[in-house]
Design a protein around this ligand. Structure first.
Ligand code: SF4
Length: 683
């Protein structure tokens, strides 16, 4: 690795911008060792280490010599773009290789659906729907990435009709018939991937990695601190009437301008294949879905709710009514699936269009899958390995989920055992100097069992072969935080210190000194918005997530105007990247413990046993805290202040401090902290 990363290595001699970092060299060596040992290992590297090159080069070198393809998976699109547009092109200088960026099909517009939608809407040219389709057509031809997310702003002007147009042209598994493959962005990316040594994708796609995708030998999960969330999302059934309705809309709709699978049949074919019967089942199913919704929505939630369905609720009258309704839905969905399969068989006998047959088959499969999900969620008695819960947003159908409490066994089976080697990396993989928490959560080591748990409660897990585990390593970070960061722990005597008004006052005092340049991080949306209401600053823009624009737009405003205070909740604790002085202060409202009542959190705390606070609650909070802290220093010459307003009990302050990089600290009341900030800022 010295050849590349050494002080006189290739990178140093080829680029004046390259700075030799011993941490990067150590990082690359650790990656190299994991690949050579066919292992699974965590390698942590702080901001500025140069992790991306640190894992790309050892992988490409090894793969060039021994063969095999490399998969790089990240959580965020930003990082995927950075790797694809900046880091990989740079390496073309040293290696002859191809690379590709692969996204899930639903990230693209389907040329086939777009063509059909346009043909059909020729009759409705005066409608916004038609104009939205034309905008999408233009976008698909011209946009370099073709990523449908980039089209959201373009069609926002068409409101509901625009959203409908977008749904009608989005590429989906059940409507894809593989025609127009030559122009299809998804297939183009797949073809590029087949010819590539390195494929960049997101966590979800990497966890699924269908057999039809190009074979991969080596995997790197960057931003791996959030891999557990992605796996939790993916490895559990979901039931929502909204999802079934959206599949139904793709199959059949009374709306004339809608593109549906059944609208492809001529009158004669409708008679011949008895399609009326399918339509009848669909209409019956729609009624059942409405009945299910009216039963489950009877509580009328005004705000976003996530709630666990505990064992005692499963014997309640209310739950048994829900189960009865769900059974009716499940039966109807199964019946529909069977009828569609029958239709497919009839068509095959008649040697009808392959394309349509394929659509019919995919539709039947998707309904079968929903019926299985309904069965799994409503009819299988929960076992210790999963948690049953629901989430609800105002005026939207409830979504029911059964999520795994421990995703480790699934990662072992679907990821670690599938690849020659797996690197799990991020700037935040350890808690208070230890990796055991993350290794347990990600299934690299088996969870410590708690003697207080009954034998039946101890989860039987699929374990990683211990020989494949590579001891985790942190290479630290190249920045000297001692000179760069002032960490303030604000000790308050007053009981009101966590009230929105008090937090708003603290934020205003600090923002007046620094003229904004601030990111304030919260754990609760309502409290954050309440705080915002109480902030009043002359000449400083106060912006909040949920109220003042998308995350992307808000970050852009902070980047373009230093006199800004930006308030955000969970998703703002990570991935916000504002290098330079426009982000000089990070205010943390309190240690980011997850609220009790959050279904997965509660179930995981219980799963850990009596020591749940130290073994689950505190580590998860500290990992989030590290992420929040990490928003401040993004490049070598950055510096600034981190203020933790309510650091909580003295007993775990030492854990907090061990979690964060060593820097100048003050642990005092707000007046003293403010005086220190003033002095620091004046420097
Ligand atoms: S290959 Fe599938 S998703 Fe792509 S354009 Fe064709 S039908 Fe649509």
């Amino acid at each position: 690795m010295n050849k590349f990363f050494g002080a006189n290595g290739l990178l140093a001699s080829d680029s004046e911008l390259f700075v030799f970092r011993k941490e990067q060299l150590e990082y690359a060596k650790a990656v190299s060792k994991t690949i050579e040992s066919e292992g699974v290992g965590i390698v942590e590297g702080g901001t500025g280490v140069g992790k991306t090159l640190g894992y790309l080069i050892p992988h490409i070198e090894y793969a060039k010599q021994f063969g095999g393809r490399i998969l790089i998976a990240t959580r965020t699109k930003n990082l995927q773009d950075q790797i694809f547009r900046k880091d990989l092109p740079l390496l073309k200088k040293y290696f002859d290789f191809n690379f590709a960026l692969l996204k899930g099909r639903e990230n693209y517009i389907c040329r086939g659906r777009l063509k059909e939608a346009l043909e059909r809407s020729e009759l409705f040219k005066e409608l916004d729907y038609y104009h939205a389709l034309k905008v999408l057509e233009d976008f698909d031809e011209k946009d370099e990435t073709g990523d449908i997310e980039s089209a959201y702003d373009l069609i926002a002007q068409f409101g509901k009709e625009g959203r409908m147009a977008l749904n009608d042209v989005r590429a989906t598994d059940d409507t894809c018939t593989s025609d127009h493959r030559n122009f299809c962005r998804h297939y183009r990316a797949l073809r590029d991937s087949e010819k590539s040594l390195v494929i960049v994708a997101n966590h979800h796609l990497a966890l699924l990695w269908p057999q039809s995708f190009p074979e991969v030998r080596y995997a790197v999960f960057d931003e791996a601190h959030s891999l557990e969330d992605a796996a939790t999302d993916l490895f559990g059934p979901i039931f929502s009437t909204a999802l079934i309705r959206s599949r139904l809309r793709r199959l059949y709709s009374r709306e004339k301008k809608s593109i549906t699978i059944l609208s492809k049949f001529s009158r004669a074919e409708i008679e011949k294949y008895g399609i009326f019967e399918i339509v009848e089942i669909i209409e019956e199913l729609k009624i059942l879905l409405s009945e299910f919704d009216s039963l489950t929505l009877s509580k009328k939630f005004d705000s976003e709710i996530k709630r666990r369905i505990k064992d005692q609720e499963l014997i309640s009258e209310n739950w048994s009514q829900i189960v009865d309704e769900a059974k009716r839905v499940e039966t109807a969905v199964r019946k529909l699936s069977r009828e569609i399969f029958t239709l497919q068989k009839k068509m095959e006998k008649e040697d009808e269009s392959n394309v349509l047959c394929e659509k019919i088959n995919k539709s039947a499969l998707s309904f079968e899958e929903y019926a299985n999900y309904a069965e799994n969620i409503f009819r299988i008695i929960p076992v210790d390995k999963s948690v049953l819960w629901y989430e609800s947003f105002p005026d939207r159908p409830i979504t029911y989920r059964r999520s795994p409490i421990n995703v480790g066994p699934m990662l072992v089976e679907n990821v670690y055992n599938k690849f020659h080697s797996v690197i799990l990396t991020s700037a935040t993989m350890q808690v208070s100097g230890e990796f055991s928490f993350m290794e347990e959560r990600l299934g690299i080591i088996s969870p410590e069992t708690d003697n207080s748990l009954e034998e039946s409660e101890v989860q039987k897990t699929i374990l990683l072969d211990p020989c494949r585990r590579i001891a985790p390593l942190s290479v630290g970070h190249p920045f000297d935080y001692k000179d760069k960061v002032l960490l303030c722990l604000v000790r308050e005597e007053s009981e009101n210190s966590s009230e929105p008004l008090s937090i708003a006052e603290r934020i205003m005092e600090i923002a007046k000194l620094t003229q904004g340049r601030m990111l304030a991080l919260f754990t609760n949306k309502l409290r954050m918005l309440e705080v915002k209401k109480n902030i009043n600053l002359d000449g400083i823009d106060v912006l909040a997530q949920y109220e003042d624009g998308s995350r992307y737009a808000l970050v852009r405003r902070l980047k373009s105007n230093p006199n800004t205070v930006l308030l955000g909740t969970r998703s703002f604790w990570e991935g916000i990247d504002v290098p330079g002085e426009n982000l000089s202060v990070v205010v943390i409202e309190k240690i980011p413990f997850t609220s009790p009542g959050e279904p997965l959190y509660d179930a995981r705390c219980e799963g850990v046993g009596k020591d749940w606070f130290m073994r689950y609650a505190l580590p998860t909070a500290l990992l989030t805290l590290r992420q929040g802290f990490g928003r401040l220093i993004r490049k070598e010459d950055d510096s600034g202040i981190v203020v933790i307003l309510n650091p909580g009990k003295k007993s775990y302050i030492s854990k907090i401090l061990r979690t964060l990089p060593e820097c100048k600290k003050i642990d005092a009341n707000f007046e003293s902290v403010l005086a220190e900030i003033k002095e620091w800022w004046a420097k």
